[in-house]
Design a protein around this ligand. Sequence first.
Ligand code: PLP
Length: 633
Amino acid sequence: ATLYKVHAWGGPYFAVNSSGNITVQPHGSETLSHQEIDLLKVVKKASDPKSCGGLGLQLPLIVRFSDVLKNRLKSLQFAFDSAIHSLGFQSHYQGVYPVKCNQDRFVVEDIVSFGSSFRFGLESGSKPELLLAMSSLCKGSPEAFLVCNGFKDSEYISLALLGRKLELNTVIVLEQEEELDLVIEISNKLCIRPVIGLRAKLRTKHGGHFGSTSGEKGKFGLTTTQILKVVKKLEQVGMLDCLQLLHFHIGSQIPSTTLLADGVREAAQIYCELACLGAQMRVIDIGGGLGIDYDGSKSMESDISVGYSLEEYAAAVVQAVQYVCDRRSVKHPVICSESGRAIVSHHSVLIFEAMAASAYAAPTFSTLGLQCLVEGLSEEARADYQNLSAVTMRGEYETYVLYTDQFKQRCVEQFKQGTLGMEQLAAIDGLCDLIGKSIGTNDPVQTYHINLSVFTSIPDFWGIEQMFPIAPIHRLDEKPTARGILSDLTCDSDGKIDKFIGGESSLPLHELKGGHGSGGYYLGMFLGGAYQEALGGVHNLFGGPSVVHVLQRDGPHGFAVTHAAPGPSCGDVLRVVQHEPEIMFQTLKHRAEEFGDDDGNSVVNTAALATCLAHSFNKMPYLVASSCGLNAI
Ligand code: PLP
């Protein structure tokens, strides 16, 4: 289990039990009185056929733990409450969840429900997000903020204003100077007084991968000159009292509290200036950026780790705001944050199955004699072969690699010219493998074929090479005897995972027990609850995974499945790209009627053909394991 560093990235939610299975403590360190949940049992419950009391869902599978979401929210609130209390800050913390991180209905509803006692709200960045945030917050605290970010047109602004009529606490945050004219015009037309915020383009720059939105040349926000123009215009139209919130976002995964405090201090100065200019400032919204330690290294040097805890993050923010406001004698504001990654990353686990491994073939040497083989080579290739033999005798690994590449390349050239046959080329590969084995360099890395689409389920790995912890969810009491890279189902060479946390280019893995396609070896991708589902596309028309929601319960299993949903069928994904599965089915059915074999003897008669076709539209696009591996466990 230590190989996968579960203790480093998993705490306090994930651990390994004495049976070698990954377990979940969904209440984190509050867990003591509850039993842990064995992930393998959840997979078994979700995927066993209905007849066995299971749900019969197909893998890949997302397992959501609502209790983890609740614990993340509580921990964030508690961290700010503690900092506020211990520093004597004269206002409160009231966060919002940016729905873009994971727009799943149940995730958003859970956050609104768990967060309503501490006035937790939502952030939207587009019209559909605003619609879903508005309807979800109808069940939230009436004071909860609904922060409206993103580029806005008149429809977006009208909708946000109508939200105020519905007693929702919408705040229109200006991202561009031009949006102000629309806000003034539409609010006058609708006779609705807006609450306005503005997003400042800070000079503080986050240098990591996620910081490209920050700094003077960042994509979003208003410069100081533009902020002053907004103030002037609002004053002219008698609406300066509507300006109440200052927002900034310097990027995701802020690496250190030093950088964070720097940004917050700069924003707090702007906040105080606005208050002094006559705006009714009430809220400082520090955006997202609270990071996740994906590799457990607690390092501020890496994009996938951060060098602070939740408590240190909250203390740095409160201290920075307090320091600036006290010096400027400005009343302490409500502190709002838009933490997305930090709230939802831990709550879901993506489970997928390895269906086969490309077995490492023991090197074989051809029946062709060595002498005969060498004689067929060009002079240069023969010289390479002699050099290769010499460095092998001397055990010089680096030079061995160099000569092997050169030797093989020359032989391929000869093959292309037709002076070397296929049997000889294969014999040369075998010869190199044998020599490699003698020098101890054979590459033992196998390719594990996984029932997943990287593009759909781990898009950040493909797009920005972000790594997530990946580990088998069982057999962790067995020493893995192989190393592997993971190759997905798509017909795309980028559809593979060959970089792992800790800088490894392969993952320690166990030998597969069944034959090709039998499945039964389950891997989990952890901490991927933020952005991955929202960004995933339909490359090769693989849709999303099946989903189950799990709540901790006392009892023999220690959990209950509260919702279960199969992933999209082939028909569903075809609809996404504007096909009409019903019409497609009718076309194929007519063709079956036209060409089908209805003489009564055929196994696949017209009716059976139509049934098979209908079935294909209704099934998920992923592979079905040929033997139910779970039954064997
Ligand atoms: N707020 C804004 C304006 C953002 O652009 C983002 C993400 O990029 C967030 C909040 C969420 O950031 P994070 O997931 O780092 O908390």
